[in-house]
Design a protein around this ligand. Structure first.
Ligand code: HQG
Length: 180
């Protein structure tokens, strides 16, 4: 991946998840940006993009963070937003256990109030431990929490599976977390 490509992927995350106003665009209520306008306005900040390059960025993104609509006129982030968007995901039955990677300094607080969504729209969980290790590892030595998602589902908590395979929920109360 070229330096420019990597830079543009991060720039795209910033725009589509957190701060569309940095290039003067708006996301619609479902988080979609207009592709033509996005390319023009990213290029006004020297991104050097066209539709072919953008398609390649979407296809090769390591976590498949972005998705086009069917006719490639719109693009959005599949998860990870801090801006309010309605992803219109279907609530889905989760596997019995899901995992969350965090770091030691947050554990006491998580024991008290559970997993909170903090700045994002949802709490992010993964079906596999290795992803949780990577997520936690962004902040230091990863601590893996096991979430009793099957139990939560039985108690009417809602779960969503993002287009790129991340499990999302609003809040995980402490009683559904195994701290080991
Ligand atoms: C912690 C990346 C104290 C939580 C990753 C986490 C993921 C609490 C941090 C995605 C807490 C929030 C999301 C509580 C939660 N007290 N700390 N009660 N409840 N926390 O970044 O899950 O590369 O918003 O443990 O791969 O780390 O950007 O969430 O450490 O999929 O695509 O508060 O971001 O994806 O941090 O990461 P984040 P996350 P991308």
């Amino acid at each position: 991946m070229t330096h420019q490509h990597k830079h543009n992927s991060k720039f795209l995350s910033l725009i589509l998840r957190h701060r569309p106003e940095t290039i003067g665009i708006e996301l619609d209520e479902n988080g979609w940006a207009d592709v033509k306008e996005l390319i023009e306005k990213m290029n006004a900040k020297d991104a050097g993009l066209d539709l072919v390059i953008l398609k390649e960025m979407v296809a090769t993104n390591d976590k498949k963070r972005f998705a086009f609509n069917e006719d490639l006129t719109k693009i959005r982030a599949s998860q990870g937003h801090s801006v309010a968007v309605e992803l219109a995901l279907q609530a889905t039955e989760p596997p019995p256990f899901l995992y969350h990677g965090t770091v030691g300094k947050f554990i006491d607080s998580i024991k008290e109030t559970g997993l909170n969504k903090m700045e994002r729209q949802y709490v992010h969980l993964s079906a596999d431990i290795s992803t949780a290790e990577k997520v936690g590892g962004r902040r230091g030595k990863p601590q893996i929490l096991t979430v009793l998602s099957g139990e939560m589902f039985k108690e009417q908590f809602l779960f969503y599976l993002s287009e790129n395979g991340v499990w999302l929920t609003d809040h995980v109360p402490p009683k559904f977390i195994l701290f080991k």
